[in-house]
Each structure stands twice: as structure tokens, then as C-alpha cells.
Design a protein around this ligand. Structure first.
Ligand code: DAH
Length: 339
């Protein structure tokens, strides 16, 4: 091979090298400097040249080879520098959820009542007519039942306990708790899902209630009122008061509606309350027929009961004017992440 032909081969290789600029460092290494690489092959061909041309061809080849080797080494160390991890950088935070506001409210209600000796109980949320209505002094066809927009379960009724329904209120726990304990004292707090055939901006078909029941000897309205005041202060803050107004429920005699003073305006009246008060639920002294239905002698024992919705209790506390209560159960994270 002549010296000129050899130089032409070097030039061609350099052109090819230019076109290969995008190859990875290991690929360049192998293609140009490896055992069968372009430089290696050219270096071997030097032996075929005229001895006078060998030096003239060999020196530039060597210089080019060293320059390429240096460039490949530099690129290699830059590439591995990209693998370096800076441990001092702040980490990526995984998204963390939180407890649903209504679950938080139920936990707080549980804490308040269990700290004065109530026991949290759970009873079926699909229950017999007997526990939901009849044992609560509402015989079949009693008009008071109309209050509760009931979902009935499509199955054969039980000969003694009647039809199966989705619980319309947590009062179904009253006679169940009397049966469970057999004998007073009873101090129960029953928190559960309830269902009614109603759905609009202030109602969801599924909601929650909490129900208190205390039965013992010598229980009076004073115990009921004291318990309501205690709850008001614990849940809404010091100074919050309760008020009871005469009402009618089949399962209590006498019966009352329960109001709490507005903790946002201290009872002076604001846009969240009715003249300083919030109406929340019902209460009363357990009707003798209910005690009898639970196997308890009303001549020996008396009791009080109360019950109302968790959703309303919670939104009042926060002063939340939620335009559409259904948002609470929409699973909409943009909404829920605010709480
Ligand atoms: N169960 C009633 C309702 O859903 C609320 C209630 C009223 C519960 C009076 C009681 C009570 O325990 O004594 O509207």
C-alpha cells in the first residue's frame, strides 16, 4: 500500500468517526479502539507500507488514536458522573391521605362519651323491623313510622321480627343493648350508618347517627341534661350550652328536641344559627314500653336516650356552610383535601 492510500484510509475513518459522534461511550470504544477496531486495524497495516512512509503515517495515526482515547475517557467519566446521587437533596414526598372528616368526628364523639363511662357498641345496619320500629313503641301501621323514609329489604319477613330494613336510625341499638346486657346499668353509645329514602342538597341516602342510652335506677332528666351540656362543651368548646324543647317521639316520654348554643356567635345570633341556637336532634326518657321490650322492669329502672346525625354535628362545629352535603360522600379529593 502506498503512503497516500494509507492517509486516505485514515481520512475515511475520521469521516466515519464524525458521523458516529452520537454513539455511546462503550460503542465508540469498541468500534475504534477495540481488538478489531478501526485504529487497531490501521495500526496493523503500517507494516505493509514502504519503510520510508511508515513514520510519516504512524505518527498522525498515533496522535489521533491518543486524542480519541482521551476524549472517550473524558466522556465516560462525565457519563458516570450523571449516576451520582446527591443525598442532601430534599426527598420526593409520597402523597399521604387523611381520615375522612366524618370518621374524625365519630372518633371524637366516641372519645367524649367513653371518657364518662359509655361503651361504644355496634349493631347491624340492616336490621329487623322489630328493633328499628316495633320494639320502640311503633306497632305495625303506626303513623309515626312515616317519619322514617324506609328502605325495605326484599326477602321473606321473619315470623317474630318482621321485615328486614336498612336501619333508618341508630335507635335500633336500644333494645339490642338491653338484650345484650340483660340487666342495667346500661351506658351505650351506638354510632352507625343509617339509610333513608331521601337525597337532596341537605340529605344523603346514607348518613351517620350516634345514639346514647343510659338505663339504671334513679335516672332522671337531670342526668340527660347534664350529659348534653357535657357533650356541648367537649365537642363545641367551653361555654356551649344545651337546650331541650318539648317534642314527640314514640320511644321516649317525655320527649324533647335538642339545641346547642351557637359557639360561633356565643348565642347572640349569626348567619349560621337560629337566634343563637342550633337544632340538632332528639332525646327523652325511655318509654316504659321500650324498657319492657328489652326485658327491663320499668317499675325498677328508668333511662334516657338521645340521638342525631354525625354530619350535622360536624359541619356545625366547623361553621361549614356546605352547599351540598352530598359532596362529603362524593369521593372528590379536591373537596376532601380541604379538611
Ligand atoms: N331516632 C330519632 C331520629 O332518627 C332520634 C332520637 C330521638 C333518638 C329521641 C333518641 C331519642 O334516642 O330519645 O330522628
Amino acid at each position: 500500500m502506498t503512503g497516500t492510500a494509507y492517509i486516505q484510509q485514515i481520512q475515511q475513518m475520521l469521516l466515519a468517526l464524525g458521523a458516529d459522534a452520537g454513539l455511546s461511550v462503550p460503542a465508540l470504544q469498541q468500534k475504534y479502539l477495540g481488538a478489531n477496531g478501526a485504529f487497531t486495524v490501521l495500526a496493523k497495516q503500517i507494516a505493509e507500507l514502504d519503510p520510508n512512509d511508515r513514520k510519516a503515517a504512524g505518527r498522525p495515526l498515533n496522535e489521533l488514536k491518543n486524542a480519541l482515547a482521551a476524549a472517550i475517557a473524558a466522556a465516560g467519566s462525565a457519563e458516570s458522573a450523571n449516576d451520582w446521587v446527591d443525598l442532601s437533596l430534599p426527598g420526593k414526598k409520597p402523597a399521604v391521605g387523611h381520615i375522612h372528616p366524618i370518621s374524625q368526628a365519630m372518633a371524637e364523639i366516641t372519645r367524649i362519651f367513653t371518657s364518662i363511662g359509655f361503651t361504644r357498641v355496634r349493631y347491624p345496619e340492616v336490621d329487623w323491623d322489630w328493633y328499628v320500629f316495633e320494639s320502640l313503641n311503633m306497632p305495625p301501621d303506626h303513623p309515626a313510622r312515616d317519619e322514617w323514609e324506609t328502605f325495605f329489604v326484599d326477602r321473606a319477613p321473619d315470623s317474630k321480627k318482621g321485615q328486614m330494613v336498612l336501619t333508618t336510625h341508630t335507635s335500633n341499638g336500644q333494645v339490642r343493648e338491653m338484650e345484650r346486657l340483660g340487666e342495667p346499668p346500661i351506658r351505650m353509645i351506638n354510632i352507625a350508618r343509617c339509610y333513608r329514602r331521601q337525597q337532596d342538597v341537605t340529605h344523603t341516602q346514607m348518613f351517620h347517627q350516634f345514639e346514647g342510652l343510659v338505663v339504671d335506677t334513679g335516672i332522671t332528666i337531670q342526668h340527660l341534661k347534664g350529659t348534653l351540656d357535657y357533650f356541648a362543651e367537649q365537642f363545641y368548646g367551653p361555654g356551649t350550652k344545651s337546650r331541650i324543647r318539648p317534642f314527640h317521639f314514640q320511644f321516649t316520654e317525655p320527649s324533647f328536641e335538642v339545641d346547642f348554643s351557637c359557639h360561633l356567635c356565643n348565642g347572640t345570633g349569626c348567619k349560621f344559627c337560629k337566634s343563637g341556637w342550633h337544632e340538632v336532634g332528639g332525646c327523652g326518657m325511655v318509654h316504659p314500653n321500650v324498657l319492657r321490650a328489652g326485658g327491663i322492669d320499668p317499675d325498677v329502672y328508668t333511662g334516657f336516650a338521645f340521638g342525631w346525625g354525625v354530619e350535622r354535628t360536624y359541619t356545625l362545629k366547623e361553621g361549614l356552610a356546605i352547599d351540598d352535603i352530598r359532596l362529603l360522600y362524593s369521593g372528590d379529593l379536591q373537596f376532601l383535601e380541604q379538611f
